[in-house]
Ligand binder design. Structure first.
Ligand SMILES: Cc1cc2nc3c(=O)[nH]c(=O)nc-3n(C[C@H](O)[C@H](O)[C@H](O)COP(=O)(O)OP(=O)(O)OC[C@H]3O[C@@H](n4cnc5c(N)ncnc54)[C@H](O)[C@@H]3O)c2cc1C
Ligand code: FES
Length: 253
C-alpha cells in the first residue's frame, strides 16, 4: 500500500464537542488508498513543532479524508485553529488498518478519542454490527453511527447510557459477536483482550502509542509483542508500521 506526502486543502474544521474537532481535508491520493484503521501524519504549520501528529482516518468521502481530533497539546490546539481554505501537509495512509472479515457479527468498541476510526469501519463491514462507545462525560460522534449498526453507550459519569465502561455496557446489554474490533486507551484494550480470550471472540486492538516518525524508522513507538521480531530478535512491534491494529494475542499489553 503506497503512502503519499501531500499538501491538502482544509475543506472544513468544526468543533463537535468542547474540545473535539472534525476536519475534512482534500487529499485524493490518500483517500483513494486508505482503508479503515489507518492513520495520517499531520504536519503542524508552526515550524517549532517538527514532528507530525498521528491522527486516525475517521471517514473517507470521495477525495476527502476526515479526521476527528481532541485538542490536547500544542499541536492539536494549533490544528483546531486552522480554517477552511488553508493548506496543511499530511502523509498517509499509514499503518495497517483493520482486517475486514465480512458476513459475521461484530462488536466495534471505541473509547474516547479511539472512537473516530470505527466510523469508516462501520461503513465497510457487512453483517450484524453492534457499536459500543465509551465516554468519560461529553458525547461526540455517536449519532453518526446509528445508520450503520446498533449503538450502545457507556459513560463514566452515567449521564448517557450505562454508567461505567464499555465492558459494563457489553454485560448490561448482553451483546455478543464473532469478532471484536476496538480502539481506545490501553486499560480498555487490556480489558478487551482478556474479555475476548475469556469468551473465545477474535479480538483486534488498535493501539495509540506515542509516535515520532510514524513510518517505522525511529523505533519510538514499540510495544511488547508475544512473538520475537525477525530483524531485531526481541519481543517488540512498531505500532506505526506493524500496527496500529494487532490481533490481541500478538501483543503483550
Ligand atoms: C495511530 C494513532 C492514531 C491516533 N488517532 C487520533 C485521533 O483520531 N484523534 C485524536 O485526537 N488523537 C489521536 N491520536 C493521538 C494524537 O496523536 C495525539 O493526541 C497528538 O499527537 C498530541 O499532539 P499535541 O501536539 O497536541 O500534544 P503534545 O503532547 O504536545 O505532543 C508532543 C509530541 O508527542 C506526540 N504525542 C503526544 N500524545 C500522543 C499520543 N497519544 N499518541 C501519539 N503521539 C502522541 C505528538 O505527536 C508530539 O510529537 C492518535 C495517536 C496514534 C498513535
Ligand atoms: S514512530 Fe518511528 S518507528 Fe514508529
Amino acid at each position: 500500500m503506497s503512502k503519499s506526502l501531500v499538501e491538502g486543502t482544509i475543506i472544513s474544521n468544526e468543533p463537535i464537542s468542547s474540545d473535539c474537532y472534525s476536519m475534512f481535508i482534500s487529499a485524493a491520493d490518500i483517500a483513494n488508498a486508505a482503508v479503515p484503521g489507518q492513520f495520517i501524519n499531520v504536519y503542524i504549520n508552526d515550524g517549532s513543532k517538527l514532528l507530525p501528529r498521528p491522527i486516525s482516518i475517521c471517514e473517507i468521502v470521495d477525495d476527502k479524508v476526515r479526521i476527528v481530533f481532541r485538542a490536547v497539546g500544542g499541536g492539536t490546539k494549533e490544528l483546531a485553529t486552522y480554517k477552511a481554505g488553508e493548506v496543511i501537509r499530511v502523509m498517509g495512509p499509514l499503518g495497517n488498518g483493520y482486517p475486514l472479515e465480512q458476513d459475521k457479527s461484530y462488536m466495534l468498541i471505541g473509547g474516547g478519542i479511539g472512537i473516530p476510526p470505527l466510523l469508516e469501519l462501520s461503513k465497510r463491514l457487512k453483517g450484524d454490527i453492534n457499536i459500543v462507545l465509551g465516554y468519560r462525560d461529553e458525547i461526540f460522534l455517536a449519532d453518526e453511527f446509528n445508520k450503520y449498526g446498533k449503538v450502545y453507550i457507556a459513560s463514566e459519569d452515567g449521564n448517557t447510557g450505562v454508567k461505567g465502561n464499555v465492558i459494563d455496557a457489553i454485560n448490561e446489554y448482553g451483546i455478543s459477536a464473532d469478532i471484536i474490533y476496538s480502539c481506545g486507551p490501553t486499560p480498555m484494550l487490556r480489558g478487551l483482550k482478556a474479555y475476548g480470550a475469556e469468551h473465545n471472540i477474535k479480538t483486534y486492538l488498535s493501539l495509540e502509542e506515542r509516535m515520532a516518525c510514524g513510518i517505522g524508522a525511529c523505533l519510538g513507538c514499540v510495544t511488547k509483542s508475544t512473538d520475537v521480531d525477525s530483524h531485531s530478535h526481541v519481543n517488540n512491534k512498531r505500532v506505526c508500521k506493524d500496527g496500529p491494529v494487532f490481533e490481541a494475542s500478538e501483543v503483550d499489553l
